[in-house]
Design a protein around this ligand. Structure first.
Ligand SMILES: [Zn+2]
Length: 328
């Protein structure tokens, strides 16, 4: 399988995030990529399209004002006299006031949590990630599988908000850019809230997500079974879910996606379903990922794999390589 990666994606290097009542070292560290690269072997650098072209394409899915914030936030943060990563602390729960001035207010208006710090290299990494995504998508539009080593992740980002280590929604951008009937399957441990928000109600797209029950797990406010309907299917699973129950739910999701007669599949793959993941609670083993890949491959669709979560860095590479080997 052709794999795409741009070294400039390492430029996103946040130091910390805030959750469970304390600042923690950032979980989405550049070292995650080293584990994956070592396991999958050769990658290709994507075609560089240039910022103007990328902004035009990203604007088909993301709000232009939000993109502008991502581009300028760290400079504004510095101009406000701050050090470290840009991070919001106040959020407009009931409405989004207009004409916000302070960088803190603008960050809060476009975030749903404190887990998407913006470092000095975040925008550069996001542009490179978009190039990586689009080069892989080109391969898939030609009828083959491809892997876009997207980092940072994307599935928690909505059209005009960041959160959960996510800034641009790779799966939704690819589905919209494809211009075809697309099935999006999200098998990260956490619900793909941003993807759901961006594709719900859109003709030609279906979104199915297997994830930890939001009654117990982040992102809490999306992803219940009752939220299914139209072109969205949510299959929440209890903590402790191991391969057999997971595979049964996966089969159901694949069948439902197939009913939409898709022409290609976008797979939001997070390896944080792994039994040893430090922030998650499923029990999928390294040897299971190839079997999950074969289940997805049985859909018979050209498949674009994008990387979402997975924070057990030592095992991440083997888990990703296993999934890809099952697809091939
Ligand atoms: Zn996750």
């Amino acid at each position: 399988m052709r794999c795409f990666w741009d070294e400039a994606q390492r430029a996103h290097a946040p130091r910390s995030e805030f959750f469970n009542g304390a600042l923690h070292p950032a979980a989405d560290v550049p070292e995650r990529v080293d584990s994956v690269l070592a396991a999958i072997g050769r990658t290709e650098a994507p075609e560089r399209r240039g910022e103007a072209a990328l902004l035009e394409l990203l604007g088909t899915g993301h709000d232009p004002a939000y993109l502008d914030l991502l581009r300028t936030a760290h400079d504004e943060w510095r101009a406000a006299g701050r050090t470290g990563d840009a991070l919001p602390y106040a959020f407009p729960v009931h409405r989004r006031p207009r004409d916000l001035q302070r960088i803190d207010a603008r960050l809060g208006a476009h975030s749903f949590d404190t887990c998407a710090p913006i470092s000095g290299g975040t925008w550069e990494a996001l542009l490179a990630g978009t190039d990586t995504l689009l080069s892989a998508l080109d391969v898939v539009l030609g009828g083959d599988h491809a892997f876009a080593l997207t980092r940072p992740p994307g599935h928690h980002a909505g059209a005009d908000y960041m959160g959960g280590y996510s800034y641009l929604n790779w799966a939704a951008i690819a589905a919209l850019a494809a211009g075809r009937r697309v099935a999006i399957l999200d098998i990260d441990y956490h619900h793909g809230n941003g993807t759901q928000d961006m594709v719900a109600g859109r003709d030609g797209l279906r979104f199915a997500s297997l994830h930890a029950d939001p009654a117990t797990d982040y992102p809490f406010f999306w992803g219940s079974a009752e939220e299914s309907g139209g072109n969205v299917l949510n299959l929440p699973l209890p903590r402790g879910t191991a391969f057999d129950a997971y595979d049964a739910a996966l089969a159901r999701a694949c069948d439902w996606l197939g009913e939409g007669a898709p022409e290609l599949l976008v797979l939001s793959f997070g390896a944080d379903t792994y039994e040893g993941d430090p922030i998650s609670h499923f029990a999928i083993r390294t040897g299971d990922y190839a079997r999950l890949g074969r289940r997805v491959a049985a859909m018979g669709l050209p498949t674009l794999v994008v990387l979402e979560g997975g924070y057990a860095v030592d095992a991440l590479g083997a888990n990703v390589a296993g999934l890809l080997s099952g697809l091939d």
